[in-house]
Write a protein that binds this ligand. Structure first.
Ligand SMILES: NC(=O)c1ccc[n+]([C@@H]2O[C@H](COP(=O)([O-])OP(=O)(O)OC[C@H]3O[C@@H](n4cnc5c(N)ncnc54)[C@H](OP(=O)(O)O)[C@@H]3O)[C@@H](O)[C@H]2O)c1
Length: 313
């Protein structure tokens, strides 16, 4: 497992990390507890050293599970996200200093670690990120020993830009060959400020594996049921043809093309994977291959083909 440095934080983390949203059952439907444990243990055994979660996943149960299963100490790092109060319906964003401190303390306890390695704000609005007291609060939480470093998980280009401007050492964002807008928007500033980047949704929720029929139907409780209309999903499945010329004897599947595309971005520190079964994790680790992830000119050719296919990344 190759490692990369998480920007100016200096932390060394595996270039493939384990995200736990799919595993926890909240987003895609239930996963057997034994399988959740198996995926986490398998990731540790295969050399994954960064685990990504949120205080809201399975109402905190995923943090507890990681706390129970991950080795103690600095051999593995955990990134978790705070800032959403799920005790109200609908859940409310809470980014005031007292709420963030209380949430960080609860996460640290559930994770059973001396401190949280990477404490991320969970989808703050650009206007929230622009408040100078927010960065000050996160820096204080780090200075107090609750966390080692902090950052923001962002959902729009504007929020990404505000987070970098606010001095966040780490940025988490969606990045894949069909969705590039946040990273594209801040790539230069990220480079200039040496911000660590965690890229999630690298398979566009599984779409980029190219294994779905045109009439793919998702179960109730799977977020993908609401994400795309039938015609939109069909259009995206056709657009996948733009990836096919990148498949070679070395890069043997669309899934591998999609993952290697993310890993080949110079600003990306770690691709946050979302396997829900050990077999999926095994496949993804093999798919990553080795450098160069794509042949010379491969990134640009792929982007050009997606543009021609009508993808608006
Ligand atoms: N910071 C944030 O706001 C944020 C947002 C989203 C995600 N994340 C993190 O990033 C992680 C991954 O992101 P994601 O779930 O959005 O998207 P993703 O990784 O693009 O897609 C996950 C889905 O891809 C499919 N998949 C995974 N491995 C596969 C394989 N080897 N072969 C075929 N299909 C495979 C699975 O679909 P099936 O279930 O159909 O098998 C899985 O549910 C999450 O677990 C979460 O921890 C963070």
């Amino acid at each position: 497992m190759r490692k990369r440095t998480l920007g100016a934080t200096g932390l060394e983390v595996s270039e493939l990390s384990l995200g736990t949203w799919g595993l926890c059952g909240d987003g895609y439907g239930p996963v057997e507890e034994s399988e959740q444990d198996a995926v986490i243990e398998c990731a540790v055994a295969l050399g994954v050293t960064l685990f990504e979660t949120s205080d809201g996943y399975a109402e905190g149960e995923m943090e507890r599970r990681l706390g129970r299963l991950l080795p103690k100490g600095d051999a593995v790092r955990v990134a978790t996200r705070i800032g959403t109060d799920t005790s109200t319906a609908p859940p409310r964003k809470k980014f005031d200093a007292a709420s963030l401190k209380a949430a960080a303390e609860r996460s640290r306890e559930r994770l059973a670690r001396d401190r949280i390695d990477i404490l991320l704000l969970h989808n703050p609005a650009p206007s929230t990120l622009a408040r100078p007291e927010l960065a000050a609060t996160m820096s204080e939480l780090c200075a107090s020993g609750l966390a080692l470093t902090w950052g923001a998980s962002v959902g729009t280009p504007e929020a990404a830009a505000e987070a970098v401007q606010a001095g966040a050492p780490v940025l988490e964002l969606a990045y894949n060959v069909f969705h590039r807008r946040e990273l594209d928007h801040v790539a230069e500033q990220v480079k200039a400020k040496n911000v660590g980047v965690l890229a999630h949704s690298v398979l566009s929720y599984g779409l980029l594996c190219g294994a779905w029929p045109h009439g793919k139907v998702f179960e109730r409780g799977d977020h993908r049921k609401e994400r795309w209309s039938d015609s939109e999903l069909k259009r995206r499945i056709v657009q996948l043809n733009a990836l096919r010329p990148s498949v070679t004897t070395e890069i043997t599947s669309l899934r591998a093309v999609a993952l290697r595309y993310v890993l080949s971005h110079p600003a990306v520190t770690s691709a946050v994977l979302g396997p829900r079964r050990t077999a999926q994790l095994d496949q993804l680790l093999r798919d990553a291959g080795k450098e160069p992830y794509l042949p010379e000119g491969g990134r640009i050719a792929l982007e050009n083909r997606t543009r021609t296919a009508g993808v608006q990344p």
